[in-house]
Design a protein around this ligand. Structure first.
Ligand SMILES: Nc1nc2c(ncn2[C@@H]2O[C@H](COP(=O)(O)OP(=O)(O)O)[C@@H](O)[C@H]2O)c(=O)[nH]1
Ligand SMILES: [Mg+2]
Length: 292
């Protein structure tokens, strides 16, 4: 099938064709696909919800619950799981499949694992392209699950709005999250597993570190889910041109940084600076200019 045929098939509801397009934008054929899709043409970009936090915090469980809530509203939802430890498909992690089982056969839910490596230009470059494909396929909501550890995951989280950071009750979780820079990207903080001891204390600790809404959740039982959905809605209602511009800025910066990090001259320039044959200021100028 040609790219145009794939786009037509995906728009006609083929999840297979949609999957093919998402694979293509992770490959050197990315530009071809993006060109074929064209600009959004003034259409409002879809909402992108970011869910991040340490492994095991309950991100996938929360995503599953949120997908259910948005499906009840009739929204078409796509989930991109950027979490190497927790693929939603492929059999590696049965737990996630069971959590998402309710949605596996729903044609209006697309679930895809995005590997953290092997993309043209890295993860931070792959995710905006995937979002563009999903926007063209008329998904109303895109949920991005990332493990909040690496720099590129933090960059990806910054593209989403709101970004929800999921933590658990327990000594040090709040402090760890603050240290890891996770709280900086948070628009909403969720203390999941609130069925465990210490949830209220963790909420108090987090209030000392962050000014954003902090909610308790028992994702496994759906307790606190309506409040989370309300907080997400309130965040969306408060969206503004300034915030949209700030997100666009984060996206541009993340793409530009990716390009610079992958620049073929970076290694050689670094050696020249290290050996005293160049200074970092002019090396940086050369990196921007693209000249050897
Ligand atoms: N006690 C309790 N366990 C939960 C809750 N939410 C999720 N879990 C469990 O925590 C584990 C990790 O959940 P998962 O959603 O895979 O976490 P992720 O790695 O952040 O995606 C699983 O065993 C879940 O069943 C909760 O609200 N309470
Ligand atoms: Mg997960």
């Amino acid at each position: 099938m040609t790219i145009d045929e794939l786009i037509a098939a995906a728009r006609g509801g083929s999840l297979r064709a949609a999957g093919r397009l998402l694979s293509l934008v992770e490959s050197p054929r990315r530009t071809e696909v993006l060109d074929a899709l064209g600009p959004l043409g003034g259409l409002a970009p879809p909402r992108v919800l970011g869910i991040t936090g340490p492994p095991g915090a309950g991100k996938s469980t929360t995503v599953g619950a949120l997908v259910g809530a948005y499906r009840e509203r009739g929204m078409r939802v796509a989930v991109l799981a950027v979490d190497p430890s927790s693929p939603y498909s492929g059999g590696a992690l049965l737990g996630d499949r069971i959590r998402m089982a309710a949605h596996i056969n729903d044609p209006d839910v697309l679930i895809r694992s995005v590997a953290t490596r092997g993309h043209l230009g890295g993860l931070a470059a792959a995710v905006p392209a995937a979002i563009r494909v999903l926007a063209a396929l008329a998904y109303d909501l895109i949920v991005l699950e990332t493990v909040g550890v690496g720099q590129s995951e933090v960059e990806v989280a910054a593209i989403a709005d709101p970004t929800i950071v999921i933590l658990n009750p327990g000594a040090g979780d709040a402090v760890q999250a603050a240290k890891a820079g996770l709280l900086e990207v948070a628009d909403i903080v969720v203390v999941n597993k609130a069925d465990r001891d210490g949830a209220d204390q963790t909420v108090r600790d987090l209030r000392a570190e962050s000014a954003v809404p902090i909610l308790k959740l028992i994702a496994a039982q759906g307790e606190g889910l309506p409040e989370l959905v309300d907080a997400i809605d309130a965040h969306h209602r408060a969206d503004s041109p300034e915030r949209r511009t700030a997100r666009a800025r984060a996206q541009i910066l993340s793409l530009a940084l990716t390009r610079l990090r992958d620049h073929p001259d970076l290694g050689r320039l670094a050696e020249a600076v290290a050996s005293g044959n160049d200074d970092p200021y002019s090396a940086a100028e050369r990196l921007f200019a693209g000249e050897p």
